[in-house]
Design a protein around this ligand. Structure first.
Ligand code: SAH
Ligand code: SF4
Ligand code: F3S
Length: 451
């Protein structure tokens, strides 16, 4: 057993988890990640169940892997993540060739599950929520050559929005302690990471032990992280509007390495629908928080998630969402058609907006959001931006790719030796999904922004 292949669906927290699964199995069983699933001895699928479509992908993907096991019966197939958590042992009814089923909170037990499966020649299922164990049992992160990294600081969700599976698949809210997070962040920066994105399903509900007596919130954690020498940029995602408190708003004004960009999902611009979604805030409160954020950090860009066609959503409710979009002028956002999810309270509401109507609303909303995103991108043309160079461009080896503070990709002619540097870049064009740029002056060292 040598080779490991992991396929990841879903959110950035799953990406973080997949990386940690690879770290664990490298340490315990000497497994090496490979790019070709046919070469793998252990195949893991890290799944997402947030929307119907995400879940459907799981069984399609497992169907592709099945013949590998038919050819080489010693191949181990494992399923983790939110579908595994939701389905547990039931998952094997639909895919009996699956050997391991583990949840987001039991991935640290993977080495033991794998050993048990090999020893007993019997499938293993473990989808409990012993969240307190997880982070204590994960190994130190090994060196990687990237300029950006994710760092999970908080897990689970206690909000129970009526449409959402997350509280059911990831369990209750749990925050890691500040010293633990600071240690992980420092080791990432020592390895060359320059931008860290803090992750949590409800990241701004973070309340972690400070290492002294007492607990602190996200604002305090950001402040402490911002003092790590060599760290150039911080972000956090995903936030809930009701946890965006005064302290955190103030942090956006006082912490200069905190990116001037916030993803703050609102889902709907209708108070009636927000109530039915159990979102715990109304439109006025949301607008008030945005206004205060913009006062604290002028120019901050806001992106959001939207759901169209939630049960009972009328034309007027949808129009209210479009009005909110005009009022806030969101930057690049994500939008989805409502789909019913297992175990969620909204199952009791009739899914009564016809599919064609959901499609039409989604097209209108996405058209407007894309127009706004393009407008913001166009406005960057001719300006100079601090761009963190992340590595060579995927399309053209003569070019490098980087990220602006507002989280847009920029491609420019350059050397991959620039990776990890924050450079002063003039934006020359806005394409539909990325920007083009050039070094503001020919000598990159002259324009390297302070580390
Ligand atoms: N914690 C974040 C969202 C996490 S889920 C928040 O509070 O906003 C990511 C996004 O998936 C949600 O913002 C929502 O827009 C979408 N989503 C969640 N459940 C959905 C469902 N049942 N149907 C359609 N979209 C859904
Ligand atoms: Fe889901 Fe709501 Fe929790 Fe976000 S806040 S993860 S939408 S329940
Ligand atoms: Fe999906 Fe679970 Fe993340 S449902 S979005 S993988 S928390």
């Amino acid at each position: 057993m040598q080779n490991l292949f992991i396929k990841t669906y879903g959110c950035q927290m799953n990406e973080y988890d997949s990386e940690r699964m690879a770290d664990l199995l490298a340490q315990s069983h000497g497994l090496t990640l490979v790019d070709d699933p046919q070469q793998a001895d252990v195949l893991l699928l890290n799944t997402c169940s947030i929307r119907e479509k995400a879940e459907d992908k799981v069984f399609t993907q497992l169907g592709f892997w099945r013949p590998f096991k038919e050819k080489r019966p010693e191949v181990i197939i494992g399923v983790g993540g939110c579908v595994a958590s939701q389905e547990g042992a039931k998952l094997r009814r639909r895919a009996p060739y699956v050997d391991l089923v583990f949840g987001p909170q039991t991935l640290h037990r993977l080495p033991d599950l794998l050993d048990a499966c090999l020893a007993e020649r019997h499938p293993q299922v473990d989808v409990e929520f012993p969240v307190l164990e997880k982070f204590d049992r994960l190994p130190q992160r090994p060196g990687r050559d990237g300029a950006t990294a994710f760092l999970t600081i908080q897990e689970g969700c206690d909000k129970f929005c009526t449409f959402c599976v997350v509280p059911h698949t990831r369990g209750r809210e749990y925050s890691r302690s500040m010293p633990d997070i600071l240690r992980e962040a420092r080791s990432l920066v020592d390895q060359g990471v320059r931008e860290i994105t803090l992750l949590g399903q409800n990241v701004n509900a973070y309340r972690g032990g400070t290492g002294l007596i007492g607990v602190g919130g996200l604002a305090e954690l950001l402040e402490r992280l911002s003092r790590i020498p060599g760290l150039l940029r911080l972000r956090y995602t995903t936030s809930h509007p009701s946890n965006l408190d005064d302290e955190l708003i103030a942090a956006h004004g006082s912490i200069d390495i905190l990116a001037p960009h916030l993803h703050l999902p609102v889902q709907s611009g209708s108070d009636r629908i927000l109530r039915r979604m159990h979102r715990k805030h109304n439109v006025e409160q949301y607008l008030d928080k945005i206004a205060r954020l913009r006062a604290a950090r002028p120019g901050i860009q806001i992106s959001s998630d939207f759901i169209v066609g939630f049960p009972g959503e009328t034309e007027a409710d949808f129009a209210a969402t479009m009005d909110l979009i005009e009022a806030v002028r969101f930057d690049q956002s994500f939008s989805f058609k409502y789909s019913q999810r297992p175990n969620t309270p909204a199952l009791k509401l009739k899914d009564d907006v016809p599919e064609a109507e959901k499609d039409a609303r989604l097209a209108i909303l996405q058209g407007r959001i894309n127009g706004l995103a393009q407008g913001y991108a166009q406005a960057l043309v001719g300006t100079r931006q601090a761009v963190l160079i992340t590595g060579p461009s995927r399309r053209d080896p003569q070019e490098v790719t980087g990220k602006t503070a507002c989280n847009r990709s920029v491609n420019l002619p350059g050397s991959s030796a620039w990776a990890g540097q924050m450079l002063d870049i003039e934006i020359t064009a806005a394409l539909p999904n990325s920007l083009r740029g050039r070094l503001a002056q020919s000598d990159p060292t002259a324009h390297r922004l302070a580390v």
